[in-house]
Design a protein around this ligand. Sequence first.
Ligand SMILES: Cc1ncc(COP(=O)(O)O)c(C=O)c1O
Length: 396
Amino acid sequence: MQFTDFSKLDLNRVPSPCFVVDEVAVERNLKILNDVQTRSGAKVLHALKAFSMFSLAPLTTKYLSGTCSSGLHEALLGKEYYGGEVHVFSAAFTESDFKELLTFANHIVFNTPSQLVRFAPLCEAALKTRNDLQFGLRINPEHSEGDVEIYDPCAKGSRLGTTYSQLVKALEQSETQRAFKLISGFHFHTLCEQDFLPLERTLNVVEEKFAKWLPTLTWLNFGGGHHITAPDYQIDELVECIKTIKNKYQVEVYLEPGEAVAIGTGVLVAEVLDIGFNQLAQAILDTSATCHMPDTLEMPYRPDITNSGEANEKAHTYRLGGLTCLAGDVINDYSFDEPLEIGQRLVFEDMAHYTMVKTSTFNGTHLPAIATWNSQTNVLKIVRTFSYDDFKMRLS
Ligand SMILES: Cc1ncc(COP(=O)(O)O)c(C=O)c1O
């Protein structure tokens, strides 16, 4: 998916490798999310885990209500650059991180009743000085909508969220009953790149299983995984559904999409470093699956490359690999109309989300530079380049 024609960008204007994000496309996505917010009355937060390009924070802040984070560091980034509400959920908090979060976060969501009980005294103390602080519990409705197990928080044996039976059992304890009084909202996150119907089905299960508690809450967070800015997403149905839930339970509804902010907005520019042959033609690039686009190995998925085809679809097929020592550092097999040349630039499409936030310097691999481009004005800014120091400073 690509909302911008990156063929209009002169690739020689950027270093390689480089993430290039079109701010016009990001604004397009943000406007759609803002429209959902305005029409439905929900608050839409930007999930930093997917896309933390904080040089674009002023744009994000114009359209969304705040950020959601996976822990202290993302929450600090949210507070420092994005403003608005700061929400945080973590599978488990350390005591030191938790104490710091209590000084500035707006919503802190626990994964389990046991973390809630452990930190309840700190929460009670913090509430004495902060009336903008709320606590929630992540529930697990045990309703799977995804096919990829590592991206399914409702997969069997999941550690994410509290199931109905876990909650009932925990509430048999008097200390949990007491701590549970701190909870003003529930949070569920069960989707991944999905449209409205999986959300509707999930909500039905949530309403059925957690019916006992929903009328006591003041907010409900539908998590992320909503592909709201993708073509054909059923936005009107989403808006109606949010309005219904808000009215039925008198709750504030939150959505926290990450991908939806960044899909179709950015590319990764890379360069061909070497070409060889072993059973098939091989090209080594200055990028890496494992360092720069780990989802290609984890999910796994095959990113599109502009002007390429499937293996053997066009005249010249290559296996494209990264420059690390990992034998499996292979992006995939692609075909091209003309033979590849050393020094040639390739454009990996739709590379803004879950890439920059996941890069590593394994083997001392260079981190890609980060650039913004305005596809209307053609203004390009190289926002950040990385050096030996960035590699060294993470080691000792
Ligand atoms: C708790 C939570 N909220 C929000 C998100 C954002 O999801 P997405 O980027 O798929 O919209 C995630 C993604 O894993 C998540 O775990």
